[in-house]
Write a protein that binds this ligand. Structure first.
Ligand SMILES: [Zn+2]
Length: 259
């Protein structure tokens, strides 16, 4: 038996069930979460491989392009260049989500100035507020894509850090923020309690500049995580295996494991 095949068999022996749909379907594929397309040169962190059934593995397929593209929207003044596969991702989004692609418009100068003032968005030295590019992500399809992406990511991290699959009755909640949102002050308080800080590396290379998070786990039932994708956006999320023991703030949107 080849090394690859042996490794696969061993993976499914230790991870027999899909961790994205409640734990009742056998895992048939190895899912990379976050997907490889989010990383430069598709080099993803060691150990971020998760057991998935076919349905869950393919569920976010084309949507992942959109999230990967958003994660790689780095201001040109920051890197001086776009990342390796950025234009490929842009083409993918244009093909698979033309409605979203066409809605991602640059805001007009007046609206940009207003946002910059209202939210206190920092303008780099040597740049005028009217020159700072801000794009609109208001299309409803963006929200739907983020729901599926965040749910998958948070279930994967739940599995990794509690060692249990989020059950069908479990719940996921999240908020996401882009680099044009005001950073909520409460997040600094949250960071103080999220003491878990994982290694995110491939061999000797740290990948934390592209994907980083802090987490806390409570009695294998709940997780809280704050995930940052480069400087583009971050996700604050909670998972709980037993929603009855959790107090929910009014109006919180709750997601379930994939059905
Ligand atoms: Zn599944």
């Amino acid at each position: 038996m080849g090394q690859r095949r042996k490794k696969r068999l061993k993976f499914f022996q230790s991870n027999p069930w899909c961790c994205f749909c409640g734990g009742s379907k056998p895992a048939t594929t190895i899912d990379h979460t976050p997907q490889r397309s989010m990383f430069d040169n598709r080099i993803w962190p060691e150990g971020y491989e998760f057991p998935a059934c076919d349905d869950c593995n393919h569920r976010t397929g084309n949507d992942e392009l959109l999230v990967a593209m958003l994660a790689k929207v780095r201001p040109a003044y920051e890197t001086g260049a776009t990342t390796d596969n950025f234009m490929e991702l842009v083409a993918g989004v244009r093909n698979n989500h033309p409605e979203v692609f066409n809605s991602i418009g640059m805001l007009g100068a007046a609206e940009r100035k207003r946002l910059i003032r209202e939210r206190g968005i920092p303008v780099p030295v040597g740049m005028l507020p009217s020159e700072l590019p801000i794009v609109s992500l208001r299309h409803p399809a963006v929200a739907a894509v983020m729901d599926a992406f965040a749910a998958k990511l948070l279930m994967a991290l739940h599995y990794r850090h509690t060692g249990t699959i989020l059950p069908k009755t479990g719940l996921i909640t999240y908020r996401w923020y882009t680099n044009a949102d005001t950073r909520p002050e409460a997040l600094d308080q949250v960071l103080k309690v999220l003491k878990g800080s994982p290694e995110l590396r491939r061999q000797t290379t740290s990948l934390k500049e592209q994907f980083d998070y802090r987490f806390a786990v409570e009695s294998n039932m709940r997780t809280a995580v704050l995930v940052e994708f480069a400087t583009a956006f971050y996700i604050f999320g909670l998972t709980t295996s037993d929603p009855d023991t959790h107090e929910w703030a009014d109006g919180v949107r709750k997601l379930r494991p994939f059905q």
